[in-house]
Design a protein around this ligand. Sequence first.
Ligand code: SAH
Length: 360
Amino acid sequence: MKDLLSMTLPELQTAFAEWHQPSYRANQVFEWLHVRKVSDFAQMTNLPSTLRTKLNAEFCINRLFIVRKLASCMDDTVKYVYQLPDGQHVETVLMHYHHGWRLCISTQVGCKMGCQFCASTIAGFVRNLTPAEMLLQINETERDAGVVISGIVLMGIGEPLDNFKHVMTFLELLSHPKGRNMSLRHVTISTCGIVPKIRELADRKTGLTLAVSLHHAEDTGRSRIMPINRKYSLSELMEACAYYFSMTGRRVTFEYAVMEGENDSPEDAAALAELLKHQQAHVNLIPVNTVRERGYHATRKAAEQFMQLLRELGINATVRRTLGSDIEAACGQLRHEADELSGRSERFAVCNSDRHGSDS
Ligand code: SAH
């Protein structure tokens, strides 16, 4: 049964026209869903009861359930493991930033991309999230935490550009003036580098910030740790990033997880400076989160040393502020555990960095 929350306003209008309902009904329902955020047709009190019954028979309005919630003792960061309607799990992280609350959401259950250092990909790919399931991560978190979220980063589990259609619908719903009306300037999409989709996103001129997960500045090394690089080389990726900037005027952010002995040598810094010399770019450095199944590690000091190397080469770089370091299991790890344990209590892996939002 289709979740009504995934439907755009034009789709609702078409459905209501087919039912010979006046067109303002679609606006009314859209407002109940996206402004008042009801999850029961019975609450849509300005609709005739016959229509509510019909909606109830044809559509559903899903909810997500909190399976686990980890609140940091050090700051306001809260990590949620949500259960989706089909029993799958995803992770969502709420963070307090300078200008308000920011939410890091998942876009897929698992991931196909196979990045060597990433926990989200270990158990493989299960399915795409629907637009409703992305919106619900926001609605449920606001409801639980009693906050208003003013910024979204698509940096949780999954590759957003591998779920392009649903992510675009999600953005349309999120930013609709008759709905939540969030400016897409407050949204960041992070990608491992699916070049044709970066170009498609650029052509849409949405105003959102693009973050590209780079992690290596030459093809051999990047292909070793990020299989996507075997399909789209660094030169193709850089051309797509330059295109994104030329179409949108938005500076691309480059994410670089420092992994000691893997990508933090002076040669790596020189290669990165060379790669970015023609880009309007900012580099976000983070010490890699240790993932139990993988061998990579880094201290904050290693990331800071790499930042110094880059700055000396004229590259704009920062080491990201650490949020929720006491609860920060590498993204994807908690979902994995929730699946394995299905509800049993367990100690969580504790790592030492935050990778959920740029803090430039
Ligand atoms: N698939 C998208 C978004 C999800 S991953 C992407 O690749 O960008 C979000 C970010 O976390 C990416 O920059 C990713 O490379 C990074 N990341 C994944 N595992 C990490 C780890 N163990 N330590 C630090 N960053 C990690």
